[in-house]
Design a protein. Sequence first.
Length: 362
Amino acid sequence: MAEVRFEGVQRQFGQVTAVDTLDLMIQDREFVSLLGPSGCGKSTILNMVAGLIAPNQGSIYIDGVRVNDLPPKDRGVAMVFQDYALYPHMTVFENLAFPLKAVHMARAEMEAKIQEAAEVLGIREFLGRLPRELSGGQRQRVALGRALVRHPKVFLMDEPLSNLDARLRLNMRAELKRLHQQLQATMIYVTHDQAEAMTLSDRIAVLRAGKLQQFDSPLTLYDRPCNTFVGEFMGTMPINLFPCRVAVQDGAVRVEGDGFAFESEVLARAIPAQYVGRSVVLGIRSENVALLEAGAPNGLRARVEILEQLGSDLYVYGRLGPRGVLVRAAPTAPIRQGDELSLAFPEDRIRFFDADSGALIA
């Protein structure tokens, strides 16, 4: 397998910059997801690695070799598309054999590779069927198999699960995880689904408008986002963000927001002195907001507006002053619409961001 390296890679389409000066190193045998909203450049990056699009500037290296000028067939990559891209008139066996016939592989070797891939993916019983006779999940396994038989250096996957229903997506996510562990392959995976990226990836590259925002482990991205965009984008539910002002009084930091205020000696050591007297943005995840006893003297008062019961969790949408607050509670919590809650923000779970740039205040 191989590492993939981007050095100053840029791609424009007319006046639109799809990828802006990308510097990124994907390690050998790593599973990396490119994550971001539609139009952020993630599919363009994948297509540049595959050789379907050429960068306007910069260099792409696969296994230490600059591939900018290499044709797709010589790059040692295999791509799995969103729509499976199977030949409808060919059987599963013939679909798997197609890329091997293109390189004039001997019949015996070709059959051995197809049987091996079919065994790994659990599709041996489907080798004689046509794609229309398969379910969506089975077709996706065939698409994976067509990439697998080539034994590529790098697997490229462009939202391969987006056409599947929710249950099949969960099953295929587990299959992809197992496949990566078994093959120990380098995989680059494009998705806009945060849950997919977090469950599958060793590291995630979060993109916005063609620019890399943060490249780190799923837990780090979730727990210590580098800016408010990453904080809001990562996770099933967005992070709570509250504009506020920092003041110091009697050695303690006082955080004053619209409709709430609290003091903390701990935060006096966490916030750089230059932020005292300035506006910042307080961020805290819904599961980290603490529910206190009703009427707790130091609690922050919030009014319940909407409840979402999701079985394992209860999401409470409340109003803290003029702003909304999201709280994750136990599914059996005795909370009703219109209730007044007492909340607290545990100091070790708060993150502060610069009010102007949105960057995390370390």
